[in-house]
Design a protein around this ligand. Structure first.
Ligand code: S3P
Length: 430
């Protein structure tokens, strides 16, 4: 068995406190913007995710040095808006966020840069950022049909009013980051409002940003200044533990210091609707981001439907909600989720394959899944398909299966949550 195989044994309950690492989406944005700010930025609870290490690696190649301070904070030496031309291609690893958002900054630089990624990232669509950045004046070459690697000839940019076809916060941040280097006001008008971490981070670094509803805008030409901030715990990582609690009536978990940004926290409303008892306290605001402590109690898990704007708001949490759906009373229906097919893996196919291996009955659809409830699953040998969220989602489902579950390529979890399996083990009682 490979070093990255993990075995999960059934549990009777989950109980305890989990300290969730810093949010991945915010950490990426802070790392990128601190590099192009003036002065030294410091980030406490910066994400330990491999994806964020990819971003930090790229920023170092672009001239921004960083280090881990004695207190664990990440310190970045900002070099201002003019980055250094990299001497080699930039390795984005598995991280779509790195490639898509960094491209916005590179489009405004007076040099040529190349970005590449691993096998999974090399399959992911980049036309969604090539189109707006080209309209702004950058020249971008890609492989067939807009896949990585990318070669970006940056330069002076013009402001645009962009209406993306897909609702994507990565695309929105990419265009707003490019807007920093454009003359005038760049506007992004989304089909559905997505997470607003890019807007909040830009403002925290001193950019002139406005956003209301699904429209965000930025005035170019303003310098950014360094920031000291604490990154809130990642709600998408917390989702695995919230779903673990949902599996066992009577379970109780405390998750302190979790991101409560309303553009992400729809998850909590849906979990409450589906039967979890959730209490949030100690709400604070840090640089525009809301943070709070979550207490959850498992109760009767009902399941339900996720569709439309909710699908976009819960896109990263659908794999785990689907993985536990067979244990619900009424099952789960997921609609309008064809974006899930172009994530780190085809997450609709990966969920369907693994659930079927555990003995579940379900219907796979082009844009979603229908998973009946009140099923009994057995342990099985499952694959992560190299996808962090699939590895973690099935580790959670395996807690309620009969018999052991083996997860192959489980180290994929480190892409967003390197200590996930230890943390899951620490709260599971057998
Ligand atoms: C992210 C946005 C989402 C999400 C991803 C992180 C972000 O992707 O799935 O994990 O940080 O902006 P899309 O922008 O492709 O929807």
């Amino acid at each position: 068995m490979s070093a990255s195989t993990v075995i999960i044994r059934p549990a009777r309950a989950v109980q305890g406190v989990v300290r969730i690492p810093g949010d991945k989406s915010i950490s990426h944005r802070y790392a990128m913007l601190s590099a192009i700010a003036r002065g030294i930025s410091r980030f406490h609870n910066f994400s330990a995710a491999r994806d964020c290490a990819s971003t930090l690696g790229c920023m170092r190649q672009l001239g921004a040095e960083w280090r881990r301070a004695d207190d664990g904070a990440i310190e970045v030496d900002g070099i201002g808006s003019a980055l250094t031309a990299p001497s080699a291609a930039l390795d984005c690893g598995n991280s779509g966020s790195t490639m898509r958002m960094l491209s916005g900054i590179l489009a405004g630089q007076p040099f040529t840069s190349e970005l590449f990624g691993d096998e999974s990232l090399s399959r992911r669509p980049m036309a969604r950022i090539i189109k707006p950045l080209s309209e702004m004046g950058a020249t971008i070459a890609s492989s067939d049909s807009g896949r990585p690697p990318l070669k970006i000839h940056g330069g002076p940019l013009r402001a645009i009013h962009y209406r993306p076809e897909v609702a994507s916060a990565q695309v929105k941040s990419c265009v707003l980051f490019a807007g920093l280097f454009a003359d005038g006001e760049t506007i992004v008008e989304e089909p559905i409002r997505t997470r607003d971490h890019g807007e909040l981070a830009l403002r925290a670094f001193g950019a002139e940003v406005e956003h209301t509803g699904n429209v965000a805008s930025i005035h170019g030409g303003h310098a950014l200044t360094a920031l000291e901030a604490r990154v809130p715990g990642d709600l998408s990582s917390a989702a695995f533990f919230l779903c673990a609690a949902a599996l066992f009536p009577g379970s109780q978990l405390s998750l302190p210091g979790i991101l409560m940004n309303p553009t992400r926290a729809r998850l909590l409303d849906i979990l409450i609707q589906m039967g979890l008892k959730v209490a949030v306290g100690q709400i604070e605001q840090h640089h525009g981001e809301l943070v709070g402590s979550i207490e959850v109690h498992g109760d009767a898990w009902k399941g339900g439907t996720i569709a439309g704007a909710d699908t976009a708001a819960l896109i990263d949490e659908i794999p785990v909600l689907a993985a536990i759906a067979p244990f619900s009373q009424n099952g789960l229906e997921v609609r309008d989720a064809k974006e899930l097919r172009v994530k780190e893996s085809d997450r609709i196919a990966a969920v369907a394959t693994n659930l079927r291996k555990m003995g579940a009955d379900l219907e796979e659809r082009p844009d979603g899944l229908r998973i009946p409830g009140q099923q009994k699953l057995h342990g099985a040998e499952l694959d992560s398909f190299g996808d962090h969220r699939i590895a973690m989602a099935f580790a959670v489902a395996a807690l309620r299966a009969q018999g052991e579950t083996t997860i192959l390529n489980a180290d994929a979890a480190g892409v967003s949550y390197p200590t996930f399996f230890e943390d899951l083990h620490s709260i599971a009682t057998d």
